[in-house]
Write a protein that binds this ligand. Sequence first.
Ligand code: PMP
Length: 411
Amino acid sequence: MDVNKIREDFPILNRTMCQKPLIYFDNSATTLKPDCVIQTITNYYTYLGANAHRGDYEMSGQVDAQFEGARKIAQKFINARYPEEIVFTSGSTMGLNEICIMLTSQYLKDGDAVLTCQSEHASSILPWMKASKKIELQYIPLDSHGKITLENVKKALNDKVKVVCLAQVSNVLGYQTPIKEISELCHARNIILIVDGAQSTPHIKIDVQDLDVDFFVMSAHKMCGPTGVGILYGKKKYLDVLEPVFYGGESNARFDQCGHVLLKESPLKFESGTQPIEAVLGMGQAMKYIEEIGQDRIHAYEVELKRYFLDKIKDMNHIVVYNKDSECGIVTFNVMDHGKMIFAQDVASFLNTKGIAVRSGQHCAKLLPEVLNVNSTVRASFYFYNTKEEIDTFVEALKEVTLENCVNIFF
Ligand code: PMP
């Protein structure tokens, strides 16, 4: 992979932060955008402009073709059987909320259980906690590394569980969940499996048919696409019968004064109102871009960067890494000074002065600190446009992180 060539695709990599060349290691929060995605968005506003599925003129027809073209790209990207199984959303959070609301109101009963785990993102857990019915949340015990094991899933399954809702890759530790095996266990018990693909789609090839998941969500911004757009995949047999959460323009075929409403078929019945058209087109472009580079190469390179980093810090005993063995580009750690842990946000603020962007805190997975036994962590997340030279600078900066240096940060 020619990383220097790839970096030319990302205009933002020419900027500085705190007067230093930008080193962007916050890719699990959101990724940078290549020129082709930026151009696709600009192109829509410059030359296309019309709404989708509404006009009878040439320009709107061109928008329709590109909009539905993006759906086909997304279908291929996750290998869905039908384009009708791809619903555009504003991202993973919206997708997870919509699935939860639809299942709670139309399928689950008071007292039914949803199985999740403590490493899940707020967007995956909170909808169930706030659901309109009393849904019992049960948690798969994580192993001592914070990992989901198949053994623990098997032990956790019981007759009350009607839905299993898990991330394919954890946003804090980067462990991969054995989704295919879990799907077999679920379907043997008639349990619906929902997979949060926010952190897996940017890094590994997704095949929803092979994984045999019932629902799957992702966010474009985590894989070089625009913010505010993503997809909700649902098996056709579910999307055909589920009532949507939102009602409005373009989702209905007709309605009358007496309240008789005839909805369109999926996916349009789930896409009421004007969609973020430029973002949908940008997402399609981002998917093409990721596929051209190749998810296998992306993943292998991220793992290589992580190993390179771990090797460079192997003698720096003041850095405690919580996820050495996870095969991904995420390093979650804390820095110690004479046995005292330096507050993660102070470490992140110090790194900022060196032009290095990382995330600190609980990373929206607020139940995980109990498992790791630590209140907050620093997360550096690498992507395919990062380099070993950037990691060298990062390691040099980490050598300077002390309690005293962190107290004396002036921007
Ligand atoms: N799930 C996971 C695992 C995530 O990492 C994120 C984003 N941090 C989300 C869900 C929510 O994604 P979005 O903010 O794009 O809706």
